[in-house]
Design a binder for this molecule. Structure first.
Ligand code: N01
Length: 559
């Protein structure tokens, strides 16, 4: 006997939480299934030391409740994981969300019951839940990637993954710690691990471009100014390609230039365009080598991201890359270590921008060793550490900071079967095919929040989530009002959208042949190489979604 609701939501991260709140408010009976023991999604699982967000917290927050906006205090400009998880918990309590969430409930299959036009979700304990609608709120970076390395099972020490970090305190004192991976997770964790461990060995494959993160405490005046302008700020987010307002407090900032530490210029991934034409020429090509070096020395590596041509012109990009490398050489005491840390095989802008706190300084510590896995490849993991071609590294604890099966991983892992029992894995064998990143043909009434082909990870996630959930909520209301039973895209709308997603990504730094990023699925062996998020910009995308609705759900079949 199955439980029956109107909507099944899979996942209780920010997407699932807002979807529950929104759909419940529409009078729907909602059942949320969550594998973790509590809310928070990515912020529930990624508890590794140093984890924090790369979008300012006043913007990376829900906009659906004015009361919530007014009552929540953020301690830092870019919050750390514990503070974001506190916020998620607060939202769950404030809106009494937990009563409709089944925790510790992992979904292992999702089947379309064609005769009844229902979706059935089956959990690993055999429990089944049925509903007319199914909303996958499973996140873009929620399935950790743990590469199969030779000898991995032999290791006798503790093994951890940054994306599955334990809730209990991990005591690193007196321990020899190894970490594999230098993406965003590794770069954030490394300085913190180095402070706690007896010795840290970093196993690096591809070096990273990373710029200093904003590390400012939140000032009450700035927070108040945001609160006073929140409606306008939310509106500005809707008109920005990255879903951020870039609102600059003016009342609360008395002497902006004089009070800032210029070498620690705040940089978020959306800030890739110059702020002011006079102070920052928007073409790096127009600066002399001396001017470039001076700019970076005085104002930090993040300045390289403010030149527009760095992202549009290969020559300008290489100038920025070389300026970056020169700056890193100056930061690292040991020239051999410096050389290993320099990215040389791809350019700035190909991957998700990494932000750090003291990443390079960490490699000047005596208790930190950098191992270059290209120079001295990993031969095997042993009972006591890692054997490379150059020697054995003794370890008590090994951390994988090896990323995620991004965008499609969680959807495919859920074993979704649509009409005629077609598995989603079959439909997506050459890469994800979806209309607007919201729905797939052959999977009626199943929606994906921030699915492949939508701005998702290239946008402030909270803004992207709210837009998708609102769209789905309105769609369900529309179907009910019209006495309709189902919605799904037409095959041609879906194909055209995928072609458009590919076309806008073409010619950008994201898709250059030298670029191997998780955006392209290049971090997972055998995954089709397709640029998965929509790079055309959030505001344009939102307008398109609205237009499609205004045109009577253009490209969808309603029945
Ligand atoms: O994962 P990654 P991540 N042997 O895929 C290495 C978000 N996030 O978890 O490049 C050795 O970027 C791999 O090396 P290579 C953010 O969107 C955000 O760090 O494949 N090494 C690479 O160095 C981010 O982009 C925040 O050669 C292996 C690393 O592991 C996304 O999550 C913080 C290997 C993986 O880097 C993913 O970041 C954290 C192998 N077999 C995460 N396999 C913030 O908000 C992989 N690697 C700031």
């Amino acid at each position: 006997m199955s439980d029956r609701g109107d909507v099944i939501i899979v996942g209780a991260g920010f997407a699932g939480m807002y979807a529950l709140y929104r759909f419940r408010g529409q009078g729907l009976n909602v059942i949320v299934l969550e594998a973790g023991s509590d809310v928070g999604g990515t912020w529930y699982w990624n508890r590794y030391p140093g984890a924090r967000c790369d979008v300012p917290s006043l913007e990376y927050s829900f906009g659906f409740s004015e009361e919530l906006e007014q009552e929540w205090d953020w301690p830092e400009v870019f919050s750390a994981q514990p503070d974001i998880l506190k916020y998620a918990n607060h939202v769950a309590e404030r809106f009494d969300l937990r009563r409709d969430i089944r925790f510790n409930t992992r979904v292992v299959a999702i089947d379309y019951l064609e005769d009844d036009n229902l979706w059935r979700a089956t959990t690993e304990t055999g429990e089944a839940v049925e509903a007319r609608f199914c909303v996958m709120a499973t996140g873009c970076l929620s399935v950790p990637n743990k590469p199969t390395l030779p000898g991995a099972d032999d290791f006798q020490g503790t093994v951890l993954h940054t994306g599955l970090w334990p809730k209990e305190e991990v005591d690193l004192s007196g321990k020899r710690v190894g970490i594999i991976g230098t993406g965003s997770s590794g770069v954030q964790a490394i300085p913190e691990l180095a402070k706690q461990a007896q010795h840290l060995t970093v196993f690096q494959r591809t070096p990273v471009y990373t710029v200093p993160a904003n590390r400012k405490r939140m000032r009450a005046e700035v927070q108040q100014e945001f609160r006073d302008h929140y409606r306008a700020i939310r509106d500005m987010q809707q008109h920005n390609p990255g879903g951020v307002s870039n609102f600059r407090p003016f009342r609360s900032v008395q002497q902006p230039q004089a009070t800032q530490t210029v070498a620690r210029e705040p940089v978020s991934f959306q800030q890739t365009a110059p702020q002011s034409a006079e102070s920052r020429p928007n073409e790096i090509m127009r600066l002399t080598p001396e001017e470039r070096t001076k700019l970076v020395a005085e104002r930090g590596l993040g300045m390289l991201l403010t030149f527009r041509d760095v992202f549009t012109n290969a020559e300008a990009n290489e100038i920025a890359n070389e300026t970056y490398r020169e700056a890193v050489r100056n930061m690292i005491d040991d020239p051999e270590v410096a050389e290993r840390l320099l990215p040389k095989t791809y350019g700035i802008g190909c991957k998700r921008q990494v932000l750090d706190r003291d990443f390079y300084d960490t490699f000047n510590r005596d208790d930190v060793t950098l191992v270059d896995l290209f120079e001295t490849p990993l031969e095997t993991i042993t009972a006591t550490g890692i054997q490379t071609s150059e020697g054995h590294h003794d370890l008590d604890l090994l951390i994988y900071a090896t990323g995620f099966d991004a965008m499609t991983g969680a959807l495919l892992k859920a074993n979704i079967r649509g009409r005629d029992r077609q598995p989603l894995s079959d439909k997506w064998r050459h890469g994800p095919v979806a209309y607007l990143g919201l729905q797939m043909q052959g999977f009626p009434n199943l929606f994906t929040v921030t699915g492949p082909g939508s701005p998702s990870v290239l946008c402030n996630m909270l803004v992207a989530i709210e837009q998708h959930v609102n769209w789905i909520g309105e769609c369900i209301d529309y179907l009910r009002d019209q006495g309709l039973q189902s919605i799904e895209p037409t095959a041609s709308a879906e194909t055209d959208w995928v072609a458009h997603v590919n076309q806008v990504a073409e010619g950008t730094m994201y898709t250059t042949p030298s670029c191997n990023s998780w955006y392209l699925g290049a971090n997972i062996s055998g995954k089709p190489r397709i640029f998965m998020p929509y790079v055309g910009g959030y505001s344009k995308y939102r307008e398109r979604c609205e237009q499609i609705v205004a045109n009577g759900y253009e490209g969808f079949t309603l029945s």
